[in-house]
Design a protein around this ligand. Structure first.
Ligand SMILES: [Zn+2]
Length: 253
C-alpha cells in the first residue's frame, strides 16, 4: 500500500480485527456482482469505497426514472444509460484506486459460469429466480462463496453459501428450483427504498469479510428482516443431501 492508500483505508487499518493484512487481501480480491439495481447499488458503493481491488458488475438494463427511488448508485443524469456503466462511473468517482469492469449484458448461464470461475466472491443482487439458480449452479461448480440477497415490499433476506467448503448448503438446498416459485417483481409489488439499502449493504459486509478473512461469516445461516416491525429472524441452513445441484455435482466430483 502507498501513502494515499494508507490514508484512504486508515479506518480499516485502525481496526484490530482488520488491519493491513486484511486490507491487502481485500485489494487483491475480485468480486463479481450480478445486478446493479436496488441491492447491487449499496453493495457496489461499499465494495468500491472499502477498496475491494477488482469489481465486475454485470447488468443488461438501462437506468429508468422509477429506479432512482432506491438504486442509489445511479444519478438523474444517468437516465437512459446502461446501469453497469452508470454504476461504474459513480464507483470510479468515489475510488479511482480500484479496477471496475462494467458488463452491459444479461449474462447467460454459460457466461455466468465463465465469470464466476474468475471471481473470488459472488454477490447475487439479481431480481429473478432463473438468474439466482444459474448463479448458484456456477458457484457450486466452481466452489465459489455466494452472498445472496433479496428484498421486496418490506421483507428482506440475506444468506451466505460458502461453497469452498464441502459440507456447505447451496441456494438450491434452500429454494429448490422445481418448487413452485413465482417471481415477485418490484415493478408490480413495490419495495421500501431503505430495505434494499440494508440488504445490499449487508451483502457487501459479508463479501468483504469472506475475501479479507475477517470475523465469522453468515455461512450456513439465513437472515430474514421485516422492515415494518424492525425484526430480524435467523434460520440455520442445512445441506439437502438430495439437492439436485450440489448433491449431483459433489457425487460426480
Ligand atoms: Zn444444494
Amino acid at each position: 500500500m502507498d501513502d494515499q492508500q494508507r490514508l484512504r483505508y486508515s479506518r480499516h487499518l485502525l481496526l484490530n480485527e482488520f488491519g493491513e493484512e486484511a486490507q491487502e487481501r481485500l485489494l487483491a480480491a475480485h468480486a463479481l456482482v450480478i445486478g446493479a439495481g436496488g441491492l447491487g447499488s449499496p453493495a457496489l458503493l461499499y465494495l468500491a469505497s472499502s477498496g475491494l481491488g477488482r469489481i465486475t458488475v454485470c447488468d443488461g438494463d438501462r437506468v429508468d426514472l422509477t429506479n432512482l427511488q432506491r438504486q442509489v448508485v445511479h444519478r438523474q443524469d444517468g437516465i437512459g444509460t446502461p446501469k453497469a456503466a452508470s454504476a461504474a462511473a459513480t464507483m470510479r468517482a468515489i475510488n479511482p484506486d480500484i479496477r471496475i469492469e462494467p458488463l452491459e449484458e444479461r449474462a447467460s448461464p454459460e457466461r455466468l459460469s465463465q465469470l464466476v470461475r474468475g471471481a473470488d466472491v459472488v454477490l447475487d443482487c439479481s431480481d429473478n429466480f432463473a438468474t439466482r439458480h444459474a448463479i448458484n449452479r456456477a458457484c457450486v461448480a466452481h466452489r465459489k462463496p455466494l452472498v445472496s440477497g433479496a428484498g421486496i415490499r418490506f421483507d428482506g433476506q440475506v444468506a451466505v453459501f460458502d461453497l469452498r467448503r464441502a459440507d456447505a448448503p447451496c441456494y438450491n438446498c434452500l429454494f429448490a428450483e422445481d418448487a413452485e416459485a413465482e417471481d415477485v417483481r418490484c415493478a408490480v409489488m413495490g419495495v421500501f427504498a431503505p430495505l434494499v439499502g440494508i440488504v445490499g449493504t449487508y451483502q457487501a459486509l459479508e463479501a468483504i469479510k469472506l475475501v479479507a478473512g475477517v470475523g465469522e461469516t453468515l455461512a450456513g445461516r439465513l437472515m430474514l428482516f421485516d422492515a415494518l416491525s424492525s425484526r430480524w429472524h435467523e434460520v440455520r441452513l442445512a445441506r439437502d443431501p438430495h439437492c439436485r445441484v450440489c448433491g449431483e455435482a459433489r457425487a460426480a466430483a
